[in-house]
Design a binder for this molecule. Structure first.
Ligand SMILES: [Mg+2]
Length: 264
């Protein structure tokens, strides 16, 4: 598990809970009235960041780099975060700089203990009620997504998983990753919704015409996530924000697809 310098900063106010922000006055408000494809990020989106599952992945990435490059763990962690910031993912940086074989890396970093992830029957019921197709779109591996979704009890609800291999190892937030996902799965962006915990991963979906939802995560380890602390309203590329994905989907269902689902 991550500890010491591994631990990302936790966001939140005095009560530890961030505030739900409203859109800017005059900003475009996109609803779910026409949504027929529901696209979910996996890590820290389908499961809550508070279970610290991704902290295990994060720690194992550092371990892998230390072994792979033969450098001390502290140095490996520095490289890991530098690649993450420069290339979008640690893996993308390792492939570009060190010609790494991605399969070996993905198998190692996703070999984690899933006991911290609880079955989520309420979330399952809400995802099951979504009208249309459902996809998982992750910068991780298909195997990781399958294991986690199975543990949550939602795997069978998804039509497919678009993983990093399916995107030829081009990660979100790059536009090419979204284009590959869209063409692979025949998604019409104007009738799709994207759920994500990383705000920068919603910029391209917004530009393509999707409805975007930021599932706020307490797991903050990117400078662009740090910027969230200075927000007083939602940036225009984020149409909705929630602290609780299952509750958000329940609100959407009861509001008949209107624009009021961002309330908590
Ligand atoms: Mg995520």
């Amino acid at each position: 598990m991550a500890h010491g310098t591994d631990t990302p900063e936790q966001s939140g106010g005095p009560d530890g809970r961030p505030k739900i922000l409203a859109p800017r006055a005059g900003a475009e408000r996109r609803s779910f009235a026409n949504t027929d494809v529901w696209i979910f990020d996996l890590d820290n989106t389908l499961y809550p960041a508070e279970c610290n599952l991704f902290a295990q992945v994060d720690h194992r990435m550092g371990e892998f780099i230390a072994h792979y490059l033969g450098v001390p763990y502290v140095h490996a962690r520095h490289l890991q975060k530098a690649y993450y910031r420069q290339f979008g993912t640690t893996l993308a940086g390792l492939m570009a700089v060190h010609k790494l074989d991605p399969g070996e890396f993905l198998a190692y970093v996703h070999d984690i203990d899933l006991s911290v992830v609880s079955e989520a029957p309420e979330l399952r019921a809400e995802i099951a009620s979504l009208p249309g197709r459902r996809l998982i779109f992750t910068n991780g591996s298909r195997r990781h997504a399958e294991r986690v979704a199975e543990k949550l009890g939602v795997l069978d609800l998804f039509e497919d998983i678009c993983d990093i291999e399916a995107c030829n190892y081009v990660p979100k937030p790059e536009a090419d990753a979204f284009q590959r996902m869209i063409s692979r799965h025949g998604v019409a962006p104007g009738s799709a919704a994207m759920f994500e915990d990383m705000p920068m991963n919603l910029e391209v979906p917004h530009a393509l015409g999707m409805t975007t939802v930021l599932v706020h995560s307490s797991y903050i380890d990117h400078p662009l996530q740090q910027k969230m602390k200075t927000w007083t309203e939602l940036p225009d590329h984020i149409h909705h924000m929630t602290l609780d994905l299952g509750q958000f989907l329940a609100d959407r269902r009861t509001s008949l697809g209107g624009c009021d689902a961002e309330r908590e």
